[in-house]
Design a protein around this ligand. Structure first.
Ligand code: MN
Length: 433
């Protein structure tokens, strides 16, 4: 007998991958853990009989010769599969997109890739083999793919994920049904949690990225807290958010990130949890760790994590050419042309007074104005940045303040300048002009 199963607290990617396995492997029966996410539970309550799936207690373990594990690579995350872990001669296939250390399922065959969802791996294989899917199968797979990639918007999303979505839509995945299960209306107790979080969020900065921390005491079970956390991160507009939910015996930590340099899965792996770069969770016993301990562990990991990403000092231009306020516009223009630079700082005794950029040269309308001093044309709105900040912080200041050049200042000293072009070059690997 052939069975396919996935992790406890099954999400749609896990469920849909189990269903995909029952299609891809002839004769395969899907085994869905008893504990599933609330939206998966809602889906199964009406759709269960449409699929070839059973519960773990219904598995005749003696007859199982092959196990297909999807969306996890850890025995402890499976439901009641301990008997199989020790079974001699059991064949195992593994499909997963979590690239965390700690996987202990030794498979004879593995398909493991850094990709948006496990569903994508199955869809790609089905497309390769020309397998047509029913509208219902396509729909549940699309829900899994959309849930794990935030409708193809999370930073970890790949071109293969988009191609998989296209294939599922070609196979008549129903977006109305998908929308119904992906965006369930918020329940009263979810709203209460949201308001609770709004009262108090601690905000910290890591390499210029804003990270929010919340702690909420739960006195009852609230479904789909991950969706609440996701919504809350957008409301308070932080780059990443960690919320610790404490119940009688456990702390559950849910993290969300909107920037690539803060990898939630990697950070929460230090608490025994996991996930992707954009989303993850962990759970620890109250007796093992206090809320303060947890926050300290996360902040330490954040400080180490964000060090690896690029800093302004890596992409800034230096040395900076500066001129006095009484320098003529003509001299400034010649200086920019000869040094092939887009701006010069206007400074007096190490005080930055303003900046003249190529754009400002266009303000010169009459020939005689070229003799006027730069101080008459310079922009005095100067927003500086530190060398240790990240390029995304510079980008944000440029957008918010509508400026194209930021002086890089360290210990009150001008050490460089970063331009829009530097930022674009960094983000898109464009060649400098
Ligand atoms: Mn997944």
């Amino acid at each position: 007998m052939l069975i396919a199963t996935t992790h406890k607290n099954t999400d749609f990617d896990g469920l849909a991958s189990v269903i995909a396995a029952t299609i891809l492997y002839p004769g395969c029966v899907g085994v869905v853990p008893r504990m599933t996410n609330s939206n998966v539970e809602r889906f199964l309550s009406t759709h269960k009989t449409a699929f070839n799936i059973i519960l773990p207690n219904e598995v005749p373990f003696d007859e199982v010769t092959k196990l297909i594990v999807v969306d996890t690579d850890q025995w402890q995350r499976l439901d009641r599969m301990d008997k199989l872990a020790k079974k001699d001669g059991l064949e195992i296939d593994l499909w997963d997109h979590h690239m965390m250390p700690g996987g202990d399922i030794e498979a004879g065959w593995t398909c493991k890739e850094r990709i948006g969802s496990t569903v994508t791996l199955f869809t790609r294989e089905m497309q390769k083999r020309g397998i047509q899917l029913s509208p219902l199968d396509s729909t549940v797979m699309l829900i899994g793919l959309y849930e794990d990639t935030g409708h193809l918007s999370f930073p970890g999303t790949t071109a293969d994920d988009a191609r998989a979505a296209a294939y599922l839509l070609e196979n008549k995945a129903d977006l109305n049904v998908a929308g119904f299960f992906l965006n369930p209306p918020y329940e009263e107790n979810q709203k209460e949690i949201l308001f609770e979080m709004m009262k108090e969020t601690e905000r910290l900065k890591f390499s210029g990225h804003s990270v929010g921390f919340n702690h909420v005491n739960l006195d009852k079970k609230v479904p789909n807290l991950a969706a609440v956390v996701n919504m809350y991160r957008k409301i308070i507009n932080v780059d990443a958010l960690f919320v610790i939910f404490s119940s009688d015996d456990r702390h559950s930590i849910i993290g969300r990130s909107g920037v690539e340099s803060i990898d939630i899965g990697r950070i929460l792996s230090i608490l025994g949890g996991g996930g992707h770069s954009g989303a993850g969770s962990a759970s620890v016993k109250n007796s093992e760790m206090s809320v303060e301990n947890i926050i300290e562990k996360i902040t330490t990991a954040l400080a180490a994590n964000t060090c690896e990403s690029a800093r302004i000092s890596d992409i800034m231009s230096f040395p900076v050419i500066s001129v006095g306020p009484d320098t003529s516009m003509r001299e400034a223009q010649i200086l920019m042309a000869s040094h092939k630079i887009r701006g010069v700082m206007v400074a007096e005794d190490a005080n930055i007074l303003g900046i003249i950029v190529l754009w400002d040269l266009k303000k010169v309308k009459k020939e005689s104005q070229w003799d006027n001093p730069v101080k008459a044309f310079m922009s005095r709105n100067i927003f500086s940045i530190g060398p240790g900040d990240s390029p995304s912080v510079a980008a944000r200041i440029m957008i918010e303040k509508d400026v194209g050049h930021l002086p890089v200042v360290q210990d009150d000293k001008l050490i460089g300048i970063v331009t829009r072009t530097d930022i674009l070059t960094y983000y898109y690997d464009l060649l400098p002009e």
